[in-house]
Design a protein around this ligand. Sequence first.
Ligand code: CAA
Length: 674
Amino acid sequence: MEISNLPVNALSQPVRAALLAAVERLTSEPELRGGVILGAGRTFVAGADIKEFGKPSLAPLLPDIFAAIESCPKPVVAALHGAALGGGLELALACDARIALPSTVVGLPEVTLGIIPGAGGTQRLPRLTGLTTAIRLICSGEQLKAEAAHRLGMLDEVVVEDLQGAAIAWLNSAQAGKRPVSAMRVPEEAPEDIAKAEQAALRAGKSRPAVVAAITVVKEASSTPFAEALAHERAAFLTLRASPEAAALRHIFFAEREAARLPADLQQTPRPIRTVAVIGAGTMGSGIALSALEAGYTVILLDQNTELLAKSGDKLRTQLQERAQAGKISTAVAQEAQARLTLADGWAGIALADLVIEAVFEDLAVKHEVFRQLDTHAKPGAVLATNTSYLDIDAIAAATKRREDVLGLHFFSPAHVMKLLEVVRGAHSASDLAATGMAFGKSLKKLPVLCGNGFGFIGNRIYNAYRTQCEFMLEDGAWPEEIDAALEAFGFAMGPFSVADLSGLDIAWRMRQARASTRDPRTRYVPVLDELCERGRFGRKTCAGYYNYADGKRSAGSDDVVRAIISEASAKRGIARHVLTTEDIQRRALIAMVNEAAQILTEAIAQRASDIDVVLVHGYGFPRWVGGPVQWAREQERKYLERDLDIIAAATGFGFVRGDLDILLKKTNEDNAS
Ligand code: CAA
């Protein structure tokens, strides 16, 4: 039985119908002695068809098909390659044996979609692995390579070749026969180990509803008859599937894949890239170099500070070794990557580079100097990329005589960890540069998002609007810890003032100073950050910023100095400080993001609304389970969005620009496949 529904053989309704018909044929035709289920193309089965989730369920349902496989008197073997995920693994678990190629990955990633396995996975997996492992795997959605899954008892055999032959051989072997997993007993484990697994899963999964439900249902595997537990699993699956959280997670799943698509005129052949030069051996440059080395590029790291360069080279070699020790890459890859790294302290070093990425100090004059050198020393046709996070790509490109080769590649720190990459086209960027930047990003296993050139591109521009609104709320009456707590309660990984202290206030201070001359005095400006910096409070690194960090730990509240600075700012603006509730804070911060997102869409800085969500979720700690600011806005009643816009318009005063909500709220096929 070959399942063919390319690209990933998702179990959509026609596939389910055909699979059930095949199982019925196997059952009824006497000359058939057993069955092998295979996937066509590059994979076994990636699970249920997620696109069907927003719609009513159509028969036959997976649990019924799996019951038919188990009750079929003839043995059925699942032959796995590529991915056996979600419903795909559940299908394999309903078979009598599972045989896989070593490269196969298996897992139950449903919690990442806000649901739990809905076709027996919560009951069959623990019967093979025990409760603790099943809780860990189902609550994290972790995907395992075949050998690891075999060790845990999930697979019967791993074969290096001839998967189909091995599956048929199994059917012909002495061990062939009916072995329904549902009839097995869950292996005994100590109750305290199960409790520990449960606590760890709740902590790691932030006690999200799917995680809580998964634990309850998985534990039933050892206490409740199979059919009854299966019914509980299905009920929980259906409830979760209809939740806004699951809709948001589906939205972001498809948005991530959509982000990679370029408009027709930019779908061009990417320029070939083998050698990458990175200018600047600081944290960002080194992180980019590490990513490129791991992806197989030859890397030249250049810095005129020879001491920093040598240090960075040593660190990169150590990091590669450490990643090999941690099993993230093989030892052979680590050694070979070390050999592909060259350190250069002069511009002549970049002559061979196909792509140069500048990651130097964020200052236009410094960038100009670098780009003049790149113009002189880079080979013709090389892509000249800047990692600027705010500056104008066109202004940077103006330092060269080849503006068409200049592109923004905005990495996020730490660059070897963060998946987001903003690919920024300048007004003069050649039409093949977008495809080149996107292809390069994908080769680094990153999530590239195309942006237009404008202050802060997508991410920093929206974050700036959000942080500015939070500063207004400081002046209006809320303390830093109240704002941080409200936004952390909403789901942000960290509140804005904790983030500012972590990344250092001096960077923002310098930028404010650089832009001071262009600031209209009529715009609302909160001087708190400047005051803090003038007192040497640059954040964590100086043990003081918006908070105190005596003994390296954040104080419970802001200290008297900070409160005095904030109160003085309020008084100077003639504000009688008043209480802002958690909801006030959350809605003002969120609507500021939404308003900026609407402007970004109008200005075509973002190609599509869902790209904005991808950027905020992957680069700024926006809670994935809310789906991003656009998805959040689409879940709100229009009248409340309008009311909140009025509130921030009044709080902002002069210069407030109201975004066009229609453009943001309009759902198109392009920006939301879910
Ligand atoms: N349903 C519908 N479409 C799916 C899908 C699914 N389960 N999985 C992938 N796709 C689509 C993607 O949207 C993408 O479509 P476009 O080309 O139109 O963008 C296409 O298949 C290829 O996917 P990727 O770009 O992700 O390909 P990849 O090779 O990088 O990754 C994969 C392949 C590892 C299988 C990855 O697609 C993946 O992780 N898929 C989701 C797996 C999953 O979450 N399964 C659980 C589903 S829920 C479930 O099964 C519930 C249940 O209990 C019954």
